[in-house]
Design a protein around this ligand. Sequence first.
Ligand SMILES: Cc1cc2nc3c(=O)[nH]c(=O)nc-3n(C[C@H](O)[C@H](O)[C@H](O)COP(=O)(O)OP(=O)(O)OC[C@H]3O[C@@H](n4cnc5c(N)ncnc54)[C@H](O)[C@@H]3O)c2cc1C
Length: 503
Amino acid sequence: MSHASWNALARDLSGELSLDERDRNTHSEDASIFVVRPAAVAFPRGNDDIDRLLRFCREEGLSVTARGAGTSRGGQPLGQGLCLNFRRHWQSVLHWDDRSGELTVEPGVLYAEAQKFLARHGRAFPPDPSWHQCTVGGMVANNAAGIHSVKYGGTIEHFRGAEFFSGDGALHDTRVPDGLSRSLGELLQRNASLIEGDFPAVEKNSAGYSLAHALHAKNPLASVLCGSEGTLGLFTKIHLGTVRIPSHRALSIAYYPSLASALEAGLRMKEAGVAACELVDKVLLDLHAGHEESRHARRITGNRWLDEFYALSAEAVLIVECDGFSSEEVERCQRATEEASGTRAIYRVADGEAGAAWDLRRHTSPILNKVENGRVAIKPLWAVEDVCLPRHRLVEYVAEQDRIFRRHGLVCSFFGHVASANLHIDPLHLNLRGAGDGLFDRVTEESYRLVVRMGGSISGEHGDGLLRTRFLPLQYPRSFPLFAEVKKLFDPLGILNPGKIVL
Ligand SMILES: Cc1cc2nc3c(=O)[nH]c(=O)nc-3n(C[C@H](O)[C@H](O)[C@H](O)COP(=O)(O)OP(=O)(O)OC[C@H]3O[C@@H](n4cnc5c(N)ncnc54)[C@H](O)[C@@H]3O)c2cc1C
């Protein structure tokens, strides 16, 4: 591309266009192991800029990859063409409707900022990923979820719609039926039985387009956009549903002598009505215990529950939260969870200690990632970091997965949203040997075959990106070709974030 055409483009924009090495480098990474340098980075300001940039890319045959905060774990916001940074100029809260509890924001608003705004109205947008410095646009595009999703659902359950540009440059509103929504509806209905039969029966699924969810959704267009990783449209305005923030909460820690017993108890917790139930195993707790930030936190708070873990020689814990609108409601939930826990080794965390206990769980990924000063410093070679299993297969799956890791000489940690059967499984980077000789690929493939054989999803909440797209034909042996048909409806020239979800 000649400098003259870039310069002409830059002159047409209200925002900025950068060919600068530094900008291109900072937009070449996310929290994954991939590095892909874009040809240029645009910081659009307003819909006219997006329209102009899309036209330019169509004319020049250049790909367009949207970017929020760049915290994806699979290379979703990385592309070789033009990177569209939505963080700089798309940070406004546009509308708050007190009656319906609906929030409308620009896509570059950070989750943390949206929560702060909503808290003033006693409300929350509940998906709660463990890293709050991500954008709402990135959350919708990845269908992110988190610690409280077991009770409140993930992004797809609260995404009410969006204004977006499709790849051909048309501006759509998911709330206004048009040719695109009709074509999508017809495609879904034509292929309903194929989709029903091919999608895993799991509680959370961010692998591929959300076709199974869309089949039964009030607004199939919004459903399919949620989790589409910037491959179908560019959001310019997002509507979110919210919930009332519960006035009461209580936290307890249950200790287990084995990983399997913790898993079994964790699976019973959803029925007991938990707001959150997180598994953390000994491998991770040992890492925390040795980590400087955690040691610092323990000096301040004491974190007695962690001392208790070592005193009991436990192998895993469940961090269990109950919430509600009265102390009686919370107490009822706590009693139900204690019954479901199957253990007497339970520590009821005092109010003053709860923050530190949650911090420990929330800092699990940052510690594994060695996040320092807000930047990911070391990226573990995640292989199967986000699987979701049918509940009745989870215990058997974990045992088999552990055997796979051990066979390859890897030490691995299990943690995450056990009550939804959605686990994060990280082989510790410190112990990963021989990554260069294809070990990573072999372990990943073997593990994903196991997940699919057991009826699970290879991604419960993190999405596909460059990491998992090539495994989608394995996940969806019959419906994978439909993804290309969907893509064609939205993006006939294939310029939107190529290489993600569709091969
Ligand atoms: C330490 C750590 C912990 C994490 N914990 C969780 C967790 O608990 N749960 C979870 O689900 N995820 C988690 N993640 C992953 C990540 O934070 C989420 O997926 C998040 O939603 C990504 O948002 P982002 O703003 O960083 O988006 P980016 O990574 O910048 O982009 C994500 C996708 O969104 C697309 N996109 C961005 N803006 C737009 C737009 N305007 N229009 C269309 N597409 C757009 C991009 O093209 C890309 O495909 C974690 C990551 C880290 C590093």
